[in-house]
Ligand binder design. Structure first.
Ligand SMILES: [Zn+2]
Length: 74
């Protein structure tokens, strides 16, 4: 039927959802967590499926993003 739809996984509840519905958060140039509305922030992003999940993770986003960024290079 449809062409392949890119999927992303919510970091909180691990639900898979179409990329278009996922909210991407990444680090901006000030090393702060930013909602990556356009998907253009460099580096790794994390995906969240809903406001509910965002509320659960938002304090953990920064360590998550900075940690994974370091790990990616290893
Ligand atoms: Zn979720």
């Amino acid at each position: 039927m449809a062409a392949h739809v890119p999927e992303r996984m919510c970091v909180v509840c691990r639900t898979h959802l179409p990329k278009i519905k996922a909210r991407r958060y990444g680090l901006n140039t000030n090393q702060q967590v930013e909602y990556d509305k356009t998907g253009t922030l460099p580096g790794r992003g994390v995906y969240v499926c809903s406001q509910n999940c965002y509320d659960k993770i938002h304090r953990g986003l920064l360590p998550l993003l900075t940690k994974s960024k370091k790990r990616e290079k290893v």
